[in-house]
Write a protein that binds this ligand. Structure first.
Ligand SMILES: *[C@@H]1O[C@H](CO)[C@@H](O)[C@H](O)[C@H]1NC(C)=O
Ligand SMILES: *[C@@H]1O[C@H](CO)[C@@H](O)[C@H](O)[C@H]1NC(C)=O
Ligand SMILES: *[C@@H]1O[C@H](CO)[C@@H](O)[C@H](O)[C@H]1NC(C)=O
Ligand SMILES: *[C@@H]1O[C@H](CO)[C@@H](O)[C@H](O)[C@H]1NC(C)=O
Length: 444
């Protein structure tokens, strides 16, 4: 883009925006000294075709290091400050052509939600046609993939958003101390929804991304292969997790989100089943990380305001460590002592697979991606905020209409879901009626 066009865009933005000041002036003064001076040429609103989202430094560095060799541009050619990003990662980076940008959100649910909200609400961007590639490392389920594998998700499940009682005081026969809000035992369907429990993405776009990424030459190494081999048996000589024993591949399976970095057979098994239950049998847990549902909640809210297109989100995770130990290794040894050696190949494969997706979108823009790939499946959250009836959950709280611009039609009631207080009142009522039936004795 030349200066004149950028000036026109800026004037256009000023005319549209109630904020009056063209943000390029504002951002220039807020810019930390570390930022490149070339961003003076970058007048908002900026319209990248692809936005790469990283969670922490190593996931970002692999793009900065390698993208210049791909012919797609230098991702750090332009760097500028966006208010509200993480203090560890305050800059957004873009290629000089402006068609690829990247931001680092910071790790965990709070950092990623806060950063993503700031990014999507920033007047520096117009992102309604932008594809988002959420690309980070993860814990991997050995039954579906291995260290260095790349998974493309349709569902993201906030698996630990539940009640928890300590494993040392479980009722007899319980497999886990986690049980969903509004329920009384593990694996019953949640009756209370906060709204961030499950997100579903465009399955056709996921399949296109899979096709692009699946020809990647994924890297592998001796270290992770040694550890992976230990999953070849169940411990009693029977054949074990064959997916773990193989070499890294690109797979289609789903992602969980939890701030708690859980690990081990019991917790991973419980959240695997939680994924199945909460997606009504469609989701397959294979990767576990700390940000996806947080990012996607910010994106649903931005999609309600038409700032982003929720059908243009790709969620990719690469396996850096197994979520549970191989036979003969304790949960603690596996998490805290063993060298799994998957970190480096997981980081490298973010780039090797992700670059093919980014490249595919850029070269296929006029033909395919500019127009978009319409979602044939339900997309959005458990509340039906973007319209349609979710194929999981207890039903849309807006009767399938979705929430309109400016929150109009946003239903402030629970719809089919209950609240914690309603469930507590119901439980008190139940115990009162039991007391009267049993002559005042409280039955538990
Ligand atoms: C990318 O651009 C940045 C900022 O101008 C520069 O410092 C860096 O050397 C460039 N990298 C390459 C590989 O050209
Ligand atoms: C993978 O490696 C093979 C052999 O070196 C090469 O022919 C092919 O182009 C590579 N594919 C990609 C996507 O880089
Ligand atoms: C698993 O690997 C060990 C060590 O290489 C080997 O002895 C054993 O036969 C393998 N088991 C299976 C089921 O392949
Ligand atoms: C999902 O499963 C729950 C529990 O069985 C059920 O109440 C709910 O209606 C199901 N949702 C859909 C959309 O099938």
């Amino acid at each position: 883009m030349d200066q004149t066009l950028l000036a026109i865009l800026c004037a256009w933005f000023m005319a549209l925006s109630a904020m009056a000041a063209c943000p390029s002036q504002r951002t220039a003064s807020l810019k930390p000294s570390a930022a490149s001076s070339s961003d003076d040429r970058l007048a908002p609103p900026f319209t990248p075709k692809v936005f790469i989202i990283s969670m922490f430094k190593p996931e970002a560095d692999v793009w900065y290091r390698n993208l210049p060799n791909s012919g797609l541009g230098n991702l750090t050619a332009r760097s500028f400050f966006v208010a509200g990003l993480s203090m560890k990662y305050p800059l957004v980076h873009c290629t000089s052509a402006g068609d690829i940008c990247q931001a680092t959100l910071g790790e965990g649910e709070i950092n990623s939600a806060a950063s993503m909200s700031a990014l999507l609400l920033s007047p520096q961007f117009a992102l309604s046609d932008t594809y988002f590639l959420l690309a980070g490392i993860a814990g991997v389920n050995p039954n579906h993939a291995t260290l260095g594998s790349v998974a493309l998700a349709r569902f993201a499940v906030q698996a630990a958003l539940q009640y928890e009682i300590d494993a040392r005081s479980l009722p007899a026969g319980w497999a886990t101390g986690y049980f969903a809000f509004g329920t009384q035992r593990p694996f019953d369907y949640p009756r209370i929804a906060y709204g961030t429990e499950v997100f579903e993405l465009n399955a056709d776009l996921r399949d296109v991304a899979y096709a692009l990424a699946s020809v990647a030459n994924l890297t592998d190494a001796q270290g992770p292969r040694e550890y992976s081999k230990r999953y070849n048996e169940t411990g009693d000589g029977r054949v074990g997790a064959t997916a773990a024993v193989g070499t890294p591949t690109v797979v289609r399976c789903d992602s969980t989100t939890s701030d708690v970095y859980f690990s081990g057979k019991a917790l991973s098994g419980a959240f695997e089943r939680t994924t199945e239950v909460w997606t009504n049998g469609t989701g397959v847990y294979c990767m576990t990380a700390q940000e996806d549902n947080a990012c996607l909640e910010a994106m649903v809210r931005a999609a309600i305001e038409k700032r982003v297109d929720f059908s243009r989100i790709i969620l990719m995770r690469t396996g850096s460590n197994f979520d549970r130990p191989p036979p003969g290794v304790t949960d603690w040894e596996h998490l805290a002592v063993s060298e799994q050696n998957g970190f480096e190949i997981a980081i490298e494969n973010i780039y090797r697979a992700g670059m093919l997706i980014v490249h595919g979108i850029i070269v296929g823009w006029d033909e395919t991606f500019g127009k978009g790939i319409p979602a044939k499946n339900y997309i959005g959250d458990i509340l039906g905020s973007l319209g349609g009836q979710p194929d999981f959950g207890l039903g849309s709280i807006t009767g399938g209409r979705g929430v309109s611009l400016g929150g109009v039609d946003g239903n402030t009631e629970q719809g089919v879901y209950e609240s914690h207080s309603a469930v507590a009142v119901e439980r008190r009522g139940r115990s009162r009626s039991r007391r009267s039936r049993h002559g005042g004795r409280v039955m538990r």
